[in-house]
Design a protein around this ligand. Structure first.
Ligand code: OSB
Ligand code: MG
Length: 369
């Protein structure tokens, strides 16, 4: 196959409910939608779900736009390849910039599986026909506001709730949620906001008493040693998100005993090709994985659903229904969850129709290469 033309659309959608983490706050998302086409006119869509500012990772929407148009697409356009993993080698000399790479990689997988006439999930080696979704809840103004959100999402049927925590918003909200929701599958995510100071370690070790499924990314991304030291002191499994951008990072974390659960974000790892490698490596080491989200629009979320169908994804993924995030989604049908269960599409490629009219409405800028 060969990608002969590509378009990048800068598209904006408002969130149904404002979301705050220890690292940033947002009420709308601006993502780059990638449309690639081969010589026969077959189209594949991908999504670059980078946050606007460099607070979750070093990339920004603008850095992705630049790296995609100046480096990644020029490396791909007009080159022949047989499989998406081979296409990914075309941009392998570009360091970092995983979110930018991920949008192109997912578009190439969507294109290839569409051309093969098989569902993306099957192309990836997925075995599940449905995946279990959890919800991620941001830091709220008050504990009562948080409880209201947990009520709303558990009533919608989601079996797992993840709470964003930060120093000063940790033990109290967890205690309150446990008190009202009993043995709900609960986990927390700090987005690297803690240090090894005495009061921070006291809060993290206090969380060990709440039967959490995991504590995600308590310390800064590169500080694997702090994660290893904390894991040696607590029994709650430590999950890594920001720390793992490559399979080499994962290997190091495993060797250091800094990880017991892996959050595989397709975006953070540079696409479906490296995400598959991380899934396989984690599996060899008995590490369960789940798929994390970046508030993707429907295109990115469809890719997340597809990879969540692989056997190693044994914990609920952040693939909540479209309605949890947006008024309207850019795919038809939108993603729906029934008691927290999402069906894996059976049609070719992403298995959804792309709502190009809505994309046009929400797009502020397009470039064609
Ligand atoms: O750490 O998982 C994270 C959103 C933005 C930045 C970081 C994270 C998140 C989420 C989103 O938790 C969860 C979702 O998409 O459902
Ligand atoms: Mg996280």
């Amino acid at each position: 196959m060969q990608v002969v033309t590509a378009r990048i659309h800068r598209a904006r959608q408002s969130l149904v409910h404002e979301f705050r983490t220890s690292s940033h706050q947002k009420s709308y998302l601006e993502h780059l939608l990638v449309e690639v086409q081969d010589a026969d006119g077959t189209v594949g869509w991908g999504e670059i779900a980078s946050p606007s500012g460099p607070f979750y990772c070093a990339e920004t929407t603008d850095s992705c736009w630049q790296v995609v148009t100046d480096f990644i697409l020029p490396a791909l356009l007009g080159k022949s390849w047989e499989h998406p993993a081979e296409a990914a080698k075309l941009w392998s000399k570009i360091r970092g910039n995983e979110f930018a790479k991920s949008g192109i990689d997912t578009a190439v997988w969507a294109l290839w599986s569409t051309a093969q006439g098989i569902p993306l999930a099957q192309a990836l080696g997925g075995t599940r026909t449905e995946v279990v979704a959890g919800v991620s809840l941001g830091i709220e103004p008050t504990i009562e506001d948080l409880l209201e959100q947990v009520r709303l999402q558990t009533a919608a049927g989601y079996p797992r709730v993840k709470l964003k925590i930060a120093p000063g918003w940790d033990v109290e909200p967890v205690k309150a949620v446990r008190a009202e929701f009993g043995d709900l599958d609960l986990h927390v995510d700090a987005n690297g906001a803690y240090s090894e100071s005495e009061d921070h370690l006291a809060a993290l070790t206090a969380l060990d008493d709440f039967g959490l499924t995991m504590i995600e990314q308590p310390f800064a991304p590169r500080n694997l040693l702090a994660h290893a030291r904390l894991q040696a002191r607590i029994s709650t499994p430590i999950c890594l998100d920001e720390s793992v951008e490559t399979t080499d990072d994962l290997r190091t974390a495993i060797e250091l005993s800094a990880i017991r659960i892996l959050n595989i974000k397709v975006s953070r790892m540079g696409g479906l090709t490296p995400a598959l490698a991380a899934h396989d490596l984690a599996g060899e080491h008995g590490i369960p994985v789940w798929c994390g989200g970046m508030h993707e629009f429907g295109i990115g979320r469809a890719a997340n659903v597809a990879i969540s169908s692989l056997p190693g994804f044994s914990l609920p993924s952040d693939v909540s229904a479209s309605a949890k995030y947006y008024e309207r989604d850019i795919i038809v049908p939108e993603v729906v969850a029934d008691k927290g269960v999402v069906q894996v599409p059976t049609g070719p490629g992403l298995g959804h129709t792309i709502d190009t009219a809505l994309i046009k409405e929400i797009t502020t800028e397009t470039v064609e290469l």
